[in-house]
Design a protein around this ligand. Structure first.
Ligand SMILES: Nc1ncnc2c1ncn2[C@@H]1O[C@H](COP(=O)(O)OP(=O)(O)O)[C@@H](O)[C@H]1O
Ligand SMILES: [Mg+2]
Length: 401
């Protein structure tokens, strides 16, 4: 019988993670992809996929468990890896059921459920915005008396600022809860902390953060989504006080949340009022919105590829070693565009290293050795994008549709 090859099942309910699949194949793995029927014809790297499966819905249980168990009657699977945030939970659910190593359901809660991440972080001494579960009304009343408005009411497991409401009075909360009815306990209420928003993206190997990079959004994501603006982020100067503090804080958060291995995207607020950092949220996956491309431009580290190397090293009981990291700078500018295929040819600074090719989107990444140059280009291009391309739509009813 042929020797068993390390076998990876990737769950991709959305089209992403090409470099992950390619790296698994390059490392000699057998690679299976389970995706949604809707994405079966997407531009997946087919030469890196041994077998592809699709279902109308990849999150419906017990259908998914039945499907993967059926696959496993004749195939061994060593690791299950979620490509999209919405796959993170079902991956843990499948691992628990099929007894496959990796993040289980208790830990995955800390990375998917905004209430669970708040409680766990706070209990481990991490600074978080004051919050209250939407469960007991006496507690909610007490919270609103103790913590001055505004507050935010947010869904416990959505992404991309979806469904977040800023509230200014108790009446607004009660009205909203009335409207939500039985769905209200799937929300969390917390203090709105005005401040700058940052993200730290990291690689974790056996409980240690072995790579992390601190970045700052030009404006808080909620402000970008609710007022319609150009999304921008950039690498922070490596030895700046903010970057040093953020990387330290991020280590503490990963430890508090029991992250063992993989990649994470975590967000932090630096409060305008007190200058302190607050843990905002995190996810056990590569950050969205093309931040991975920006991070690769700055550091040479492709988070998808390294995630594949981490999973495969663990499956093979080998050591993981981080490739050489460069300390340069990058920034990203993205917006919804009025034009179907916006013309970016006039954005031709030599620092432009990547352009987004997506209908009704304009986007690019700039890369340089010097952070001031990145800042200058982000300011200039942000303004030009707003003038030439920017379209704005109120949020849809459902994310990812
Ligand atoms: N407690 C808070 N104080 C201030 N701003 C917040 C708070 N919670 C969320 N936001 C704003 O909403 C955005 C989205 O919230 P976040 O918790 O990161 O959820 P998502 O998963 O949708 O990204 C943040 O980037 C920030 O701009
Ligand atoms: Mg966020």
């Amino acid at each position: 019988m042929a020797e068993h090859q390390t076998t990876i099942l990737a769950l991709g309910s959305y089209f992403k993670g090409t470099a992950f699949l390619q790296e698994c194949k390059a490392l000699g793995c057998t690679v299976y992809l389970l995706t949604k029927e809707k994405f079966k014809d997407a531009d997946w790297p087919r030469e890196s996929i041994d077998e592809m499966f699709w279902m109308p819905e990849t999150h419906k249980q017990p259908d998914l468990t039945y499907a993967v168990s059926y696959m496993m009657r004749t195939r061994k699977i060593d690791r299950i890896v979620p490509l999209d945030d919405y796959d993170v939970e079902v991956a843990a659910n499948l691992r628990e059921h099929l007894r496959i190593p990796g993040m289980g359901e208790t830990t995955v809660r800390h990375f998917r459920d905004k209430l669970a991440m708040r409680v766990q972080a706070r209990d481990e001494g991490v600074n978080v915005p004051d919050f209250c579960p939407v469960i007991n009304y006496d507690e909610l009343r007490e919270f609103m008396e103790r913590v001055p408005a505004p507050w935010v009411l947010k869904p416990r497991s959505e992404a991309a600022s979806f469904g977040i409401k800023k509230l200014n009075s108790p009446q607004e909360l009660w009205d909203k809860l009335n409207e939500l009815g039985d769905r209200q306990s799937y929300f969390v209420l917390e203090k709105f902390v005005p401040g700058d928003v940052f993200h730290v993206d990291s690689i974790i190997w056996e409980d240690n953060v072995v790579f992390s990079i601190a970045n700052g959004y030009a404006r808080p994501p909620l402000a970008v989504v609710s007022s319609g603006d150009v999304f921008r982020s950039r690498t922070l100067p490596y030895d700046s006080a903010d970057a040093v503090a953020l990387r330290e804080f991020n280590k503490k958060v990963m430890k508090a949340l029991h992250m063992k291995r993989g990649v994470t995207h975590a967000e932090y607020i630096k409060g305008h009022a007190d200058g302190k950092f607050y843990f905002l949220e995190t996810a056990a996956r590569v950050g969205g919105a093309n931040l991975a491309e920006m991070i690769e431009a700055a550091s040479g580290i492709n988070l998808w590829r390294e995630w594949a190397r981490v999973e495969v090293a663990n499956a093979r009981k080998e050591e993981y070693s981080l490739p050489p990291v460069k300390q340069e700078y990058a920034g990203i500018v993205v917006c919804l565009a009025q034009q179907e295929w916006p013309d970016l040819s006039a954005y031709d600074a030599p620092e432009v290293v990547w352009k987004l090719r997506k209908e009704h989107h304009a986007g690019l990444i700039v890369q340089a050795k010097n952070p001031e140059r990145i800042q200058q280009l982000l300011d200039e291009y942000g303004e030009r994008f707003a003038r030439e391309f920017l379209a704005w739509m109120p949020q849809l009813d459902k994310p990812n549709d």
